[in-house]
Design a protein around this ligand. Structure first.
Ligand code: SF4
Length: 947
């Protein structure tokens, strides 16, 4: 194993592996006596965000209980360090409000009456429904909808084994636009920046404090800074990350692409670009724009045309749009050019998730990498596909035959992921129904926009036949389910995890700690719920058993995929599933295990992670092997094809892998966008977001020359709307909280429990000498919410901001929806589609098995803002564009903190207006979607064509 060192010294705070079987610490509660306690240390993987950091569970050998969690020093990405949410797993597993047994609804939906049931009854009920739906050709009525993933591949495999197109995700309220921008360039839908080796780092989000791959990336950004890298942050909000930066560029929301393209113009005009990289590794020869065609032209002619095209993006223009000073734009552009191939960046949520066209800043950002030749380089921008390791399981089912239009509807043929946020609107429109619906660590009533539309659909048994919430916590969505099925936390389940955290490929193994501990003592278990608290299960075993029950005699062709590779005709065990992967699919693991006289499975149980390869750079230049070259043809454009499909590209007379795009190069010119009716965006461009100031003007019926209704739907205010117009930034994270999942961690809520509205002092004055703590009413297009003001210079004037992690609620005082993080509310439907919520009480101390719940000292649970937002589907990426044009006014006498009102009739109208922006399929050849675009659980190729 690699020892992780920093500045030459070991992380001395982590116990050495040779002592993990018997680690001794003194009992802090016994002080001043010196009472030693003996621990078995068992590695697992944190489940609290997508970073997949390594944890070490300290199991007290005397009590057999987990005492605490710390970082696993053998984990290649997190290197023994974790954020506050890692050790907080101990709060989650001991949460007195957690669901410990499978529960079945006994009253009407949403009434909150439950009875304990058995796993056997759950499996039998769902197996019967699903079997019937599949046998009657209604497979599309079976849907699995994931909030927090935490496994690699097992669900895609399960659904394809069932032969259904039923995978839904949360991605289009999360990262679809960022992914879309990256896909257009290089097919890989996420970046993998090599921050540690960079000379200049540009972040368009709050990475150090809360961004994507938060802890592993934050460590490496600091490593880079300590080695001399400079850091620039473009963010309208002074995040903790921006406060650490050499340059904070507080851009007006949605204008980021203008700034980035102005930087590109500086680099082009000053001839500071890497001409060889631009020539060799982009598809410039396909470019056609502004009447210029690169076909048959010299490279220089293309460069000149490009300079002419971007001439409009002057630093002065960008300053006017964004508020970022022209001189800062020029300075940063020159720093980026000087960093050359060691320029790293990241853009994931932030501007990408907030804005209509949020994928354009990604296009513009990667243009800077292309111009500096910093793609795939040490210290540069890599592709997630190069740094993420997903092993294949023992048997892979064929792709499904069908296409589910509830997931990928024709209006959004280019959408990066499923149009999940529109599901309630699709069901209301009669586009389909659900026979069996699984929500998995997924709380759309609370985390999605338009949560009341979700409630309206979830409570309707005609639209949703049977709903199981697979969840480690109670949630607002679980309240409207038929079954609440408790699933394991970080230390209660198996999963494989790998993320593109740095220039390496690694795999992490999440494992049920108490089961592993007991097995070390010689006990055996059929299922993980027998070792977990209560009957908390894990999904791997749930899906294996459910699949077997759907097809018990194998006649439907489903059972075969769940038969053991080691014991013919017998049901696979979870040990066998991972044993086969570790023995057969992870290069180098068997050899490493052999050196320690361990089986590969035992090795992974011991260390919890394995680094497959390091120093992964420039895989585009990897020569095609003789086997890969067999049966290939070289096209006139240099693309190497096999059976008509691009598999490589010629580079200086060598056939190499290239990128996974149609041209096998980085697509500076997107022929796909031209072919799919968006020719105006074939090059990276800037166009104004729905919260642009021209859109705000249009919403007030003030004429604005910049407003273009082709791209921006006008906000239609109710007749009696009052208040001043602002842009609301509703998506920034708090570093210690994580959506619904942190609700059951008392220490995290003790640290952060309110979400006031950030208001700049300039705006505070405009609103009538506002002070911190004053009550404000924020009107959205479909309703309002009431919260406190926080006056701060940390937000750009004209913009207000509110974190989305707060505002949990429960409808009954003693509902076990984490009482230290939720308010007790009065929820009423006062008219058809008109919903009112008022807080009856905030957080209060209460009696439970945990004495700490009596000591709760905070009363604020925050305010639920997301539920007052309508859906805003981007016409290309399908992303929900989170930012809102809002009206803000002082709250009136009748308003109380936490009040919410929403009219879902209005929200359906907003959905319709945004839908009208889309340019529906078919595309070329009667296609539903470009064949080369990635898709989760990809169906057969024939399903891509309208029948
Ligand atoms: S960053 Fe924090 S929450 Fe995320 S996996 Fe790592 S320790 Fe867990």
């Amino acid at each position: 194993m690699t020892e992780f060192k920093r500045n030459g010294s070991h992380l001395s705070s982590c116990p050495p592996v040779e002592k993990w079987d018997d680690w001794v610490e003194y009992d802090s509660e016994a002080w001043p006596r010196r009472v030693p306690r003996h621990y078995q240390l068992i590695p697992t993987i944190c489940f609290n965000c997508e970073s997949a950091c390594g944890l070490l569970a300290y199991v007290d050998k005397e009590t057999g209980q987990i005492a605490k969690f710390e970082g696993n020093p053998k984990h290649p990405a997190s290197r023994g360090r974790v954020c506050a949410k890692g050790p907080a797993v101990i709060n989650q597993i001991h949460d007195p409000d957690r669901v410990l047994y499978p529960m079945k609804r006994v009253g009407s939906r949403g009434a909150g009456q439950w009875a304990r049931t058995t796993w056997g009854e759950v499996i039998e009920t769902f197996a019967g429904r699903i079997r019937k739906a599949i046998q009657e050709g209604r497979g599309e009525e079976v849907m699995y909808h994931v909030g927090r993933p935490g496994y690699d591949f097992i669900m895609e495999r399960t659904l394809q084994a069932w032969g259904i197109d039923g995978h839904n995700s949360h991605t289009n309220i999360c990262s679809s636009s960022a992914r879309f921008g990256y896909v257009l360039w290089h097919h890989a839908d996420r970046p993998s920046p090599d921050h540690a080796n960079a000379r200049f780092i540009l972040l368009l989000s709050a990475h150090l404090e809360s961004g994507h791959y938060f802890n592993p990336h934050a460590q490496r950004i600091i490593d880079g800074k300590m080695a001399g890298a400079k850091l620039a942050v473009m963010d309208p909000r002074l995040s903790n990350t921006a406060s650490m930066a050499d340059y904070w560029m507080p851009s007006y929301p949605g204008t980021e692409a203008a700034v980035l393209l102005a930087m590109a113009k500086v680099i082009l005009d000053e001839n500071r670009f890497d001409a060889a990289f631009l020539r060799d590794w982009t598809n410039w020869e396909e470019a056609e724009f502004d009447g210029f065609s690169a076909k048959g032209q010299a490279f220089n002619a293309f460069v000149e045309a490009l300079k002419r095209h971007y001439a409009k993006y002057t630093p002065d223009f960008a300053e006017k749009e964004s508020g970022v000073k022209a001189e800062v734009i020029v300075k940063v552009a020159r720093e980026i050019a000087a960093a050359g191939s060691r320029f790293a960046s990241h853009l994931w949520r932030g501007s990408a998730s907030g804005n209509l066209g949020g994928w354009q800043p990604v296009r513009a950002l990667v243009l800077l990498h292309v111009l500096t030749g910093s793609v795939g380089t040490e210290g540069g921008h890599s592709l997630n596909a190069w740094n993420k390791f997903v092993p294949r399981p023992f048997k892979v089912p064929p792709p499904q035959q069908r296409w589910n239009e509830l997931l990928y509807p024709p209006e959004w043929p280019l959408c990066t992921h499923e149009m999940s946020m529109l599901l309630p609107h699709f069901l209301k429109e009669g586009r389909g129904r659900l026979e069996a619906y699984f929500t998995r660590v997924f709380n759309p009533v609370w985390t999605y926009p338009d949560g009341f539309s979700w409630i309206e659909v979830l409570r309707d048994e005609k639209l949703v036949g049977l709903h199981a919430a697979l969840t480690p916590t109670w949630s607002e969505t679980a309240w409207y389910a038929d079954y609440v099925l408790p699933m394991g936390l970080s230390s209660e389940r198996h999963d494989l995890m790998s993320q593109e955290t740095h220039a390496s490929k690694w795999i992490g193994f999440r494992q049920p700690v108490l089961r592993v501990f007991q097995e070390k003592l010689g006990k055996t278990f059929d299922y993980t719920y027998q070792a977990n608290p209560g009957e908390v299960w894990e999904e791997d075993e749930f899906w294996i058993n459910l699949s077997w029950a759907i097809d018990p005699d194998g006649s439907m062709g489903i059972r075969q995929w769940f038969e053991s590779p080691y014991r013919p005709d017998r049901k696979i065990t979870v040990d066998e599933y991972y044993r086969w992967i570790f023995e057969n699919s992870v290069p180098g693991l068997a050899e490493a295990a052999k050196k320690e006289s361990l089986s590969p499975l035992a090795y992974m149980r011991k260390y919890g992670a394995f680094e497959v390869t390091t120093d992964v750079y420039k895989l585009n230049e990897k020569p095609l092997s003789p086997a890969e070259l067999e049966g290939t043809n070289i096209q006139s454009n240099g693309v190497v094809t096999k059976e008509g499909k691009p598999v490589g590209v010629m580079n200086h007379d060598k056939a190499v892998a290239g990128y996974n795009t149609p041209s096998r190069k980085l697509e500076i010119f997107s022929k796909t966008l031209t072919d799919w009716k968006w020719p105006e965006f074939a090059l990276p461009e800037y166009y104004r977001s729905h919260v642009d100031r021209s859109a705000q003007a249009a919403s007030l019926a003030i004429s604005s020359a910049d407003f273009d209704p082709k791209y921006m739907p006008v906000v239609e205010w109710p007749k009696d709307a009052r208040g001043d117009v602002f842009t609301l930034l509703p998506i920034f994270r708090l570093p210690t909280l994580i959506h619904t999942r942190s609700g059951n961690a008392k220490l995290l809520y003790e640290i952060a429990h309110n979400n006031p509205l950030w208001v700049n002092p300039v705006d505070a004055e405009k609103l009538g000498m506002l002070r911190t703590g004053d009550l404000l009413k924020v009107h959205t297009e479909i309703g309002f919410f009431v919260l406190h003001a926080w006056i701060t210079e940390g937000i750009t004037p004209g913009v207000v901001a509110c974190s989305h992690h707060l505002g949990r609620w429960r409808v009954n005082k003693d509902d076990h929806i984490e009482r230290f993080s939720s308010a007790w509310v009065d929820l009423k439907e006062v008219g058809k589609g008109q919903w009112k919520m008022r807080q009856i009480s905030g957080v209060e101390p209460y009696e439970s098995s945990d004495p700490d719940t009596r000591r709760v000292w905070w009363s604020d649970a925050g305010v639920h803002q997301d539920i007052t937002f309508p859906v805003h589907p981007d016409p290309l990426s399908g992303m929900h564009c989170w930012h809102q044009v809002v009206r803000v006014e002082r709250a009136g006498k009748e308003d109380r903190y936490g009040d919410i009102f929403v009219d879902t009739n209005l929200s359906h109208g907003v959905y319709q207006r945004w839908k009208a922006l889309a340019r529906p399929a078919p595309g070329p050849g009667n296609l539903r979607r470009p064949l080369w675009f990635p898709r989760v659980a990809r169906p057969v190729e024939a399903a891509y064509y309208f029948g």
